[in-house]
Design a protein around this ligand. Sequence first.
Ligand SMILES: [Fe+2]
Ligand SMILES: [Fe+2]
Length: 475
Amino acid sequence: MSIDYSQKIPNNVNLSNDRTLQRALEHWQPHFLDWWREMGPHDFASADVYLRTATGVDAQGWASYGTVKMPDYRWGIFLADAIPERKIGFGDSFGEPVWQQVPGEFRSQFRRLIVTQGDTEPASVEQQHLLGHTCPSLYDLRNLFQVNVEEGRHLWAMVYLLHAHFGRDGREEAEELLARHSGDADKPRILGTFNEPISDWLSFFCFTYFTDRDGKFQLKSLAESSFDPLARTCRFMLTEEAHHMFVGETGIGRVVRRTLEVMKELGTDVAQALRGQGVIDLPLLQRYLNFWFSSSLDLFGSEVSSNAAGSFANGIKGRPDETTQYQDHVCTDATYELPTPDGKGGVQTEKVSLRNAMNEVLRVAYVRDSEIGLKRWNMQIQKAGHDFRLKLPSTRFRRSIGAWANVPTDLEGRFIAREEYQRRLPEWLPTPADRTYVQSLMQRVSTPGKMAGWIAPPDRGINNLGLDYEYVRLN
Ligand SMILES: [Fe+2]
Ligand SMILES: [Fe+2]
């Protein structure tokens, strides 16, 4: 169904046919806008931004591009088209027709999942609240704002489900989604990573590379859900999410390229010399990668989880690409071998039911996907003739959740003494000096076509426009 933009809330769910729901969402809308004005991009409400807006939900040509002031962005409710006769793809009800309503017995599980997903969306906008001030170019500023408005729309996506399917509880949860704030001492966001500040653009690129990619895997597994409105919502969100990871991957790639240029000019890889020229030395980049990767791994939850087993059994949350990647969609007898600490300084292999290991299945797929960017960045480094390689740390490193939580290991995942771990952390994670240095590079560049000195220009502009196009007009 096409998107109706004549409504107060643009949508393709026939909202005007359900007056009660429409009124409830129109009541929430000004609260959302207040939140956006207060917690969204700081100081840019009057800027004209070259943004894409959804015009349809099919893969071809869903976006139209134009200049918009962000508070006028048309946030709305867009579900991917229904798949006719869609059947449940996994779990105990495999093969039965999908649900258009939430079954009563799974209501609280669904609600918790939707709230947790919904909470991450505005959280990231809050984390990036001040970043616009220090943009390395107008191109990047526009990308930041594109990500921000789409995360705002993802919040709409989850709020729609809460309002449409969870009655009064759902409406209360929708209000709470605007009341919690990233990093707030009293009412923080639900998940740890979403309370980490993103106060520099290197962190932003790492976040969009690693943390938005967690989002991709969560959405892919929810897109398999038996609750069809949730599946359709997530399928459309995934098309938006792809751009966020593009921003991360190309952002880090451009940092690498710029650093390699200066390494060549100076004929050195000595960090101090490179910092003298205002670029980001590769070991410093590696420490940022270590930080954001390890933090994002925790988002998948414990390796062994009865919650995850229940979600799978009940058809709530499947595996990414459940239909195409797996033969056994029920997994009652299947097992999974899990390396865990044996408590005596060694590693044991635990055999657990596959259903209980679904979080780990998701995490492993995520790690594999995360490798893709590293291969590309390393290719650049190799071509430039350097031996240095960027690497993902072991999934055991610096975990706060699951079997490896608080187990001191090095980047390779080898056990080390806690004292050694503490002592060597500055080798592995951004130090205060690193952060201060990165912060010192964060100077706003807002001349069309110009780039900050620490990052190379992108290969191409947005939607076939040139790099010198004025992607954001600051008014
Ligand atoms: Fe999102
Ligand atoms: Fe995202």
